[in-house]
Ligand binder design. Sequence first.
Ligand code: B16
Ligand code: MG
Length: 218
Amino acid sequence: MNKKGFIFDLDGVIVDTAKYHYLAWKKLANELGFEFTEEQNEMFKGVSRKRCLEILLDLGGINATQEQFDTWMVEKNVDYLQYIEKMDESEILPKVKKVLKYLKKKDQPIALGSASKNAKPILKKVGLLSYFESIVDGNSVTKAKPDPEVFLIAASDLKMKPEDCIVFEDAVAGIQAANIANMISIGIGDDKILNEADYNFKDFTNMDKKFLKRLINN
Ligand code: B16
Ligand code: MG
């Protein structure tokens, strides 16, 4: 049996935590005296917490001291974690578990490649942690997507060559990172936005076994 390294992004691919990030950022923006819209939140997808706060403060025209910046980073995360606390299996996006189960059954190595520093607790909460041989997250990388670091570490953990890895991503920067790493990129979401991906799917509901089999054997 052929083996490929399957690397999953977290937010927007496995679970929809973007809505919780949004609520936490919006609360902070409101406290600081300005609005933060769902459209603006699109810019935050796949972006590190630190970079998100920099963008948010730019949007609000706020100059922060280092101390304020650090306090707001913590404040946002404390708020976000209250939503994570309530997560359970029902928040796994449609058919994700079916795909993970199929890959496990076929003995394929699976890793997580996410910008989030909360990836492990989230996977634990939704009951998917045991599917992943390696978790590469915001705590283990120094360079953000589109830098391929996160996926290259995942490939190395799985003991797979980059060209034998397949990445599922919902963010443009993530697709670019996978392409730079010389991996197969699969865009999950809007194919017009993710047009640099090798393959596009709206979500996992249309990804059949035939397609997964082809990925494993090609
Ligand atoms: P945290 P992903 C990303 O997750 C989110 O898309 C992004 O909005 C968030 O700012 C980032 O994680 C950091 O998350 O504050 O939990 O460390 O899409 O790379 O799985
Ligand atoms: Mg994502």
